[in-house]
Design a protein around this ligand. Structure first.
Ligand SMILES: [Zn+2]
Length: 499
């Protein structure tokens, strides 16, 4: 008994001394580790990141529409940086790329939209609208022109199972249809929205208009937007309020009243505006288009944990030319700059994460969130046998003084790590929401979440206030606030090491 007690005391004392020695050692080491980490963190500079934004938003990449030479050049530029920093290829066949099929359409000069105003004496005057200010050529329109009566068709939906058909009672054969985007129910009403969801896609609306014999379409969605489908002999034009108002002139109801009425009653209300318009687009369709995701990685230091992957992502592509340059400085050269900033810091960092980090710059986000979908559903060769455990996506992170983490409340554990890094070293305002992710995908984060991967998608907001340059030629570097990108990149670098 005494022997056992003696042994026990010995073990206790020994383990106490050992623990003490060990903890002192760890503390001394982590002190210097922390210094090293902070030094690397401070090497991430707003000046460098702003330089990346200016590079990607510049004329030579022509708005980075996926499939075009401009996009491919941007991808090459990213790869040259990955190589410079010693990142390993994380794509297919030992490359930094993952390719997939992706048709695209170029918008050329010579696009027009005008209203025919009949005069009493029989002839007419033409009211010409201004490109970008009043209208934008549909980014997937066929080339050609159509002059026809304009028929208002509400949301452009034919849903027999919902007892709803915007085309009931109107003949649109050879005509131009005008319609709203989305559906007459809100995503807040989750159960109800799910039934309507298939009809919320732009692709569906265009196909349904064509199926009813329409020759052209005025879409009340005034942005450059290639997230749609090319249909032969179908002319698509995106319009602003100015044109909508002209088309509703002299009618019994105002446009706003009609929309409210449809939403409230869930009953269609379609009619001829009695106006005649001409829409003319000059485009070039490329069915043979190929898209790329650009992927680089830093392998984890832990022999087991390295099979777990944390993805740091942003979409590289934008909407191209409309036919003016749409530079996409905030959308999403800012996100790319953050990813590059983190990649550079982590590659130079003397301390590396135990898990593998993949830096993913997706293609074809603007054409229907295709790149991230392809990446999640068919992982590249380099990731075979590995498991993606988290994703930090950045989309529109170049303007404002506050950070927003979409889905932060879906994944509180992940968000806590971001908050901790911020609270300790960076001190920005960071807010988060719960993201139900039931609408059509509009962020790369959507596909990661649907695959069950904890994901945060960052955007920025606040002062200086945002203004309407979303998918417009005014989305230029001069409106970027570089400091917010630096802070987000620093938070991500710290969080990756913390994980
Ligand atoms: Zn966009």
């Amino acid at each position: 008994m005494r022997k056992i007690l003696k042994g026990f005391i010995f073990v206790v004392i020994f383990s106490f001394i050992f623990t003490y020695m060990f903890s002192v050692r760890v503390e001394a080491q982590s002190q210097s580790e922390e210094e090293q980490i902070l030094e690397t963190m401070h090497s991430i500079s707003s000046h460098t990141l702003f330089g990346y934004v200016k590079e990607l938003a510049s004329e030579k990449y022509k708005g980075r529409l996926t499939g075009t030479e401009g996009f491919n050049m941007a991808a090459e530029w990213v790869i040259s940086n990955f190589k410079r920093w010693g990142l390993q290829p994380a794509g297919n066949k030992g490359s930094y790329l993952q390719a997939f099929k992706n048709p695209y359409t170029l918008i050329l000069d010579g696009d027009e939209a005008y209203l025919h105003i009949p005069l009493k004496r029989g002839d007419e005057i033409l009211k010409h609208y201004i490109l970008e200010k009043d209208f934008i050529p549909g980014s997937t329109s066929d080339t050609g022109e159509v002059t026809a009566e304009v028929i208002y068709v509400g949301y452009g939906i034919t849903a027999p199972e919902l007892g709803y058909d915007d085309y009931k009672g109107v003949n649109v054969k050879g005509k131009i249809v005008m319609m709203e985007r989305e559906v007459p129910v809100s995503t807040k009403n989750e159960e109800e929205f799910k039934k309507w969801r298939p009809y919320s896609f732009h692709q569906y609306k265009v196909k349904n208009a064509k199926a009813h014999g329409a020759a052209g379409m005025l879409y009340i969605y005034h942005i450059t937007n290639p997230n749609c489908v090319f249909i032969k002999d179908f002319i698509l034009t995106y319009i602003n309020k100015s044109i909508v108002e002209d088309l509703f002139k002299g009618l019994k109801y105002k446009h706003k009243e009609v929309v409210e009425r449809i939403k409230k009653r869930k009953k269609t209300f379609s009619f001829s505006t009695g106006k005649i318009m001409t829409i003319k687009n000059r485009t070039e369709h490329h069915p043979e288009g190929v898209a790329y995701n650009v992927l680089g990685m830093i392998e984890g230091t832990d022999p087991v944990l390295k099979n777990e992957v944390v993805v740091v992502s942003a979409h590289l592509d934008h909407v191209g030319m409309d036919p003016y340059l749409v530079p996409g400085a905030n959308d999403n050269a800012s996100g790319d700059a953050v990813v590059l900033g983190v990649a550079e810091a982590l590659s130079k960092s003397p301390i590396k994460p135990r898990r593998t980090v993949v830096f993913a710059l997706f293609g074809a986000e603007e054409q229907g969130v295709k790149g991230s979908e392809y990446f999640v559903k068919s992982p590249p060769d380099a990731l075979k046998g590995k498991k993606i455990v988290a994703c930090f996506n950045s989309d529109g992170v170049g303007r404002g003084n506050k950070i927003f983490a979409i889905a932060g409340k879906n994944y509180p554990e992940l968000f806590k790590k971001i908050k901790n890094a911020n609270d300790k070293y960076v001190h920005r305002v960071i807010n988060a929401n719960f993201f139900n992710n039931i609408a059509r995908p509009r962020l790369d984060a959507a596909h990661f979440m649907w695959a069950g991967i904890p994901t945060l998608s960052f955007s920025t907001y606040g002062i200086p206030l945002g203004f309407d340059n979303y998918h417009k030629s005014s989305d230029k570097p001069e409106y970027i606030t570089p400091e917010i990108m630096e802070d987000l990149a620093q938070i991500l670098y710290l969080t990756l090491l913390e994980m």
